[in-house]
Design a protein around this ligand. Structure first.
Ligand code: MLT
Length: 238
């Protein structure tokens, strides 16, 4: 088994994801939102790239929630934004959720050629690692990044996943970039959230714009035991 890493939604090459088990990460905040929505009983989450695609779903099907963000904020006319704390059971249980975000949903769409695509974040890190070890397939961890660039939140989550996997199976091969992500995690693991606070522009942006509760929420580990999977353009857990 080999692990590779891609640093942003804009860097995804078809040849790097095909035949791979791809794990898409967008810790702040799209994949944390998707895991939260499904763990609070949402039926499915449909990732779409743009606002018009989301609105066209609403025209076709009445009982769904339009969710997502631009510049971190709820989109006009949508039901919910991109704060995981909004996705409470009372709003999302049994609902189809359509989501469009700046980076996370783009990373999912750009990875569509993968053999299998699963959704990860710190919240379901252990469940993701258990699943990966059961599959015994080459892995590509796709970090959504921020507007095409490297982002430390996703990078350290990737490093943390790699660390758990090599601890349990030391025979796993790492590409150069996976080796670098693992070592970055080892260097900063004693206080991940503080390191991300110091080094991650998107963390500072969310903090300045009043989303501090989301930041604390997204850095909790292993509170969700689900492995969301993309099947026929929809993310589900079964
Ligand atoms: C994204 O997909 O770009 C993010 O989830 C942005 C955000 O924090 O809302």
């Amino acid at each position: 088994m080999e692990i590779d890493v891609i640093i942003s939604a804009d860097q995804i090459k078809a040849s790097q994801v095909e035949d791979k088990l791809v794990v898409v990460l967008d810790v702040l905040r799209a994949t944390s939102v998707i895991c939260t929505a499904l763990s609070n009983g949402a039926k499915e989450v449909i990732p779409v790239e743009n606002i018009d695609d989301a609105l066209s779903y609403k025209k076709r099907k009445n009982h769904l929630l339009l969710t997502g963000e631009r510049d971190g904020f709820k989109i006009e006319g949508f039901d919910l934004g991109n704060s995981p704390l909004e996705f409470k059971r009372e709003f999302v249980a049994d609902k189809t959720i359509v989501i469009t975000t700046t980076n996370g949903t783009r990373a999912i769409k750009n990875s569509i050629g993968a053999k299998e695509l699963i959704i990860g974040c710190f919240l379901n890190l252990e469940a993701i690692c258990n699943y990966i070890l059961e599959q015994d397939n080459d892995i590509c961890i796709v970090c959504s990044g921020t507007v095409g660039l490297f982002s430390l939140d996703d990078a350290l989550c990737a490093g943390n996943i790699i660390h758990e996997l090599v601890k349990r199976n030391p025979a796993i091969n790492l590409t150069d970039i996976a080796f670098a992500h693992h070592n970055m995690y080892l260097q900063l693991k004693s206080n991940l959230q503080l390191s991300i606070q110091k080094g991650c522009k998107h963390y500072s942006y969310l903090l300045e714009h009043g989303f501090s509760a989301d930041l604390d929420y997204c850095f909790q580990k292993n509170t969700i035991g689900l492995v969301p999977k993309l099947k026929n353009n929809s993310i589900i857990t079964h």
